[in-house]
Write a protein that binds this ligand. Structure first.
Ligand SMILES: [Zn+2]
Length: 397
């Protein structure tokens, strides 16, 4: 996904805003339907039923009928995805959308000719019911665009983000397995011993963001000042997310190229396991707030990394329960909470093995993934980890 600055004419801008309005209307309708649902009642309508209702609503309301069905259906699809995320406990429950907040819509079934380059720095994209809208060709656009999303940020700027499913990368065929652990002290640890930090905001930028957020809390609603502060916050967050996305693309490509099987923690049960690891204690000012900012970056970067890995290395990603991976000694298999001496250090109480805590966890993930990959191929399971009772717990978890 890469984002480009859109430059619609005033007429086009009005039409884009109308699409946003339709998407918001349909989304809010879905939120309302689901808010009636209480445990014990018949389940709230799913995506298929909502699409049927949308067809009826379009027959009834001309203004809705005049809008794009793709925009409206995709809003329902986004909602269905948001509910799935909510039930998967990775996200909060979807809520009402207000005008001017998170405005946007998605177009799917994009044809090859729908995105084209006009000159060195200008491209255009065909938007249903709006026509060709120009955008700044700030970097290459994938020739394989399947869908795109158009958004308006808090500062009123329009962007288009093209989504092309990245091409799968052939496995190296070496039989090598890697485990990746989403660390606390480092962002991602590899079983090879490498530790990586997802790039986010620099220290000075984080301080600035916190200052801006405090200003925002004090600024009067609807004031010019508030608008300016909001725009500045949006710019900083965009910078952070660009850096994170860049890292995800590079890292996923590198792993898909170098390893046959990639073991990762299963996101769905990750946070429960994570809270059991205890809290990070660090002195200094702003540390708590900064830790909060970091957590957000980590969570978003991690989900994206796993998605990209599954696209670039289809069938080669093994999701592993993260339970106990931080407590088991990778050298002898001993499992004890005390083995994790601190956030950073793992020291086995049984055999004395010492390692970076996240790297030790990544190695456990690698071993479980290797065991599963062997079993899935019907090969000799002895090639996987052996004589480790806790593994059974891990596999069933
Ligand atoms: Zn040990």
């Amino acid at each position: 996904m890469s984002r480009y600055r859109l430059s619609p004419t005033p007429v086009q801008e009005a039409a884009l805003a109308e699409h946003c309005g339709h998407a918001r209307f349909v989304w809010n309708l879905a939120v309302e339907q689901h808010s009636y649902w209480k445990p014990g009642r018949k389940s709230a309508p799913g995506f298929a039923e909502q699409c049927r209702q949308l067809t009826e609503a379009r027959l009834e309301f001309e203004w809705l009928r005049n809008g794009s069905i793709i925009v409206q259906q995709q809003a329902l699809k986004d909602f269905a995805q948001a509910m799935a995320n909510f039930f998967g406990t990775t996200h909060r429950k979807p809520t009402w959308r207000k005008r001017g907040r998170g405005d946007g819509f998605r177009i799917v079934a994009v044809k090859p000719g729908d995105v084209r380059r006009l000159s060195r720095h200008v491209g255009e994209v065909r938007v249903p019911k709006v026509g060709w809208v120009r955008f700044r060709w700030s970097r290459a656009v994938s020739g394989d665009v399947k869908s795109y999303r158009i958004t308006r940020d808090a500062a009123g700027r329009w962007h288009v983000a093209f989504a092309a499913v990245p091409e799968s990368i052939p496995a190296p065929g070496t039989g090598e397995v890697v485990g990746v652990d989403r660390g606390v002290t480092v962002s991602a640890a590899l079983s090879t011993g490498g530790v990586e930090t997802v790039p986010g905001l620099r220290e000075g930028e984080k301080d600035r963001l916190l200052r801006l957020l405090r200003k925002l809390a004090r600024a009067q609603r609807g004031s010019n000042r508030r608008g300016r502060v909001k725009a500045a916050v949006a710019r900083l967050k965009a910078r952070e997310s660009d850096r994170r996305k860049d890292w995800v693309e590079k890292t996923s490509t590198r792993l898909a190229r170098a390893f046959d099987v990639i073991g990762v923690e299963d996101l769905k049960i990750l946070d429960m396991a994570r809270s059991a690891r205890g809290t990070l204690e660090m002195p200094g000012t702003n540390v708590r707030q900064k830790a909060g900012l970091n957590r957000g970056v980590l969570a978003a970067g991690w989900g994206r990394l796993v998605t990209r890995l599954e696209q670039k290395a289809p069938g080669r990603v093994v999701k592993v329960s993260p339970r106990f991976t931080s407590q088991i000694c990778n050298a002898c298999g001993n499992r004890a909470p005390e083995n994790r001496e601190s956030q950073a250090v793992f020291r086995c109480r049984a055999c004395g093995h010492q390692a970076n805590a996240d790297v030790n966890a990544a190695r456990n993930i690698r071993d479980i993934a290797a065991g599963r990959a062997v079993n899935a191929r019907g090969g000799d399971p002895v090639a996987g980890p052996v004589n480790r009772e806790p593994q059974l717990v891990l596999l069933s978890g």
